[in-house]
Design a protein around this ligand. Structure first.
Ligand SMILES: NC(=O)c1ccc[n+]([C@@H]2O[C@H](COP(=O)([O-])OP(=O)(O)OC[C@H]3O[C@@H](n4cnc5c(N)ncnc54)[C@H](OP(=O)(O)O)[C@@H]3O)[C@@H](O)[C@H]2O)c1
Length: 427
């Protein structure tokens, strides 16, 4: 059997998973790839760190030049994270005609266009299955199995940390801070949780899904992004009463030739399959014009699930015998719909003073701004303040924003407590 040498950059969560998969599944990997794979070098910052793995001493290095000096290394697997030096190393690898695998969503989302073009110019493969939804084969699913379809919509729960927090808040009635602390204690959330709770992570993944599903390179500045830090267990309980569950959704939708791209907490019907995606699980729901509705579900992060996608990419490269044949690379670059032109139903919760005529004032402002109301619930009284919850019919985001601004100026309105989009998955 032919031998091939690869190098791995990074031996953290994902790097260790890759090492473990090679240790445990070597026979399957050999049979499926047709190659005997040797991990020749692993780049780390600190070679003296105890990693709890049996790795021969001569494999670990903190010197990238050792890797670039070895012409026998044919595939570089980047698992360090961040933009630089990851991008620099990947570009150098491609220039040296080495194939590249990465799990780095931030890098693919922000620099993917340049890297993919460089890989094509140099006749090497650049694969990144692990960058979206970890172990779930969503990229290969879209790129290979759904190619006969015009994709209309991709909606994902693609951040496990926020899904874990929202599940805990919903099932155990925890507040956001307590649920976040628990997620940190269990290792689901980082000490600095910003990338997850402010939805940067989901935004990067949505940019990649948009490229694959709609052949459109999108700047992350064109993706509307809102995190989950304003969600309270009170809103979650209210949602339940209306028959909804709150999830952080990443949405890419084609609307009359334009793309709507948004990541935000969303109320979805509790009967929809995405509402049953709980804890740190991920799922991607795709609407194709031939296949219909399809949902991929599984572990979106973690050492072994992410490692599974990385090793599958390595095997894919080997299955081509490392010869790249040209394939179509038509880029459509569809226009992006400005966020204020997107249309949704909305949940709006506010505290108002307990005075006669308040409801009429509020209804007048909504009406004057083309926002019609589907339901109104009064949620009890506290210190002369009444909590009101409105669900609107479909309205323009811009009209909702205008209404909120005007409502905030009313002396009878104490405060707007929350505004959450509602997605009913109708046409
Ligand atoms: N964790 C997940 O579940 C998951 C899921 C999907 C995708 N990803 C992506 O996978 C990538 C890796 O994530 P991770 O969680 O495995 O990260 P991690 O645990 O922080 O590990 C990073 C590894 O890279 C090494 N490294 C970082 N900067 C380096 C540098 N400048 N030079 C040499 N080595 C360097 C570190 O070396 P030392 O060990 O010596 O510090 C460490 O071994 C990221 O792009 C992440 O977004 C992760």
């Amino acid at each position: 059997m032919e031998k091939v040498k690869i190098a791995v950059l990074g031996l953290g969560n994902v790097g260790k998973g890759v090492w473990e998969i090679f240790e445990n599944n070597m026979t399957e990997i050999k049979n499926r790839s047709g190659y005997e794979i040797e991990i020749g070098k692993i780049l780390v910052r600190d070679t003296s760190k105890n990693r709890g793995l049996h790795i021969p001493n001569n494999i670990l290095t903190s010197d990238i030049e050792e890797i670039f000096a070895d012409d026998d290394i044919k595939i570089i697997v980047e698992l360090m994270g961040g933009i630089n030096p990851a991008k620099d190393y990947i570009m150098r690898a491609i220039e040296s005609k080495k194939h590249v695998v990465t799990a780095n969503k931030e890098l693919v989302a922000t620099n993917g266009k340049e890297i993919i073009s460089k890989a094509r110019q140099n006749g090497v493969l650049f694969l990144y299955e692990a960058s979206v939804a970890g172990g779930i084969p969503v990229i290969r699913g879209i790129e290979e199995s759904l190619t006969a379809n015009k994709i209309k919509e991709v909606v994902g729960i693609i951040n496990g940390t926020t899904n874990y927090i929202l599940t805990k808040m919903a099932h155990e009635n925890l507040d956001f801070a307590t649920a976040l602390k628990e997620a940190q204690e269990k290792g689901y959330a980082e000490a600095d949780p910003t990338a997850d709770v402010d939805a940067f992570d989901a935004m990067y993944k949505l940019a990649i899904l948009t490229y694959l599903s709609f052949k459109t390179n999108v700047s992350i500045d064109n993706i509307y992004r809102e995190g989950i830090t304003n969600i309270t267990s009170y809103d979650i309980q209210n949602a339940k009463e209306f028959g909804y569950t709150i999830k952080l959704l990443a949405i890419a939708k084609e609307m009359d030739g334009k793309l709507e791209l948004r990541v935000h907490p969303t109320m979805i019907p509790s009967t929809h399959p995405l509402s049953n995606v709980n804890d740190s699980f991920n799922a991607v729901f795709i609407k194709g014009n031939a296949v219909g509705d399809l949902m991929l579900y599984g572990r979106g992060a973690g050492s072994l699930p992410t490692g599974s996608a990385v090793v599958a990419d390595i095997i894919s490269i080997l299955r081509t015998n490392m010869t790249v044949t040209g394939s179509s690379n038509v880029i459509l670059d569809m226009p992006i719909l400005p966020a204020e032109n997107s249309i949704s139903q909305y949940y709006i919760r506010m505290n108002v003073h307990d005075q006669s005529g308040v409801l009429a004032q509020i209804a007048t402002i909504f009406g004057a701004n083309d926002v019609s109301l589907s339901s109104i619930i009064q949620k009890g009284k506290n210190d002369n303040l009444v909590s009101l919850v409105f669900i609107t019919h479909k309205a323009l985001d811009g009209d909702i924003k205008k209404s909120i601004k005007l409502l905030e100026q009313l002396s009878t309105v104490d405060s707007i407590k929350n505004v959450i989009r509602v997605e009913n998955f109708d046409e």
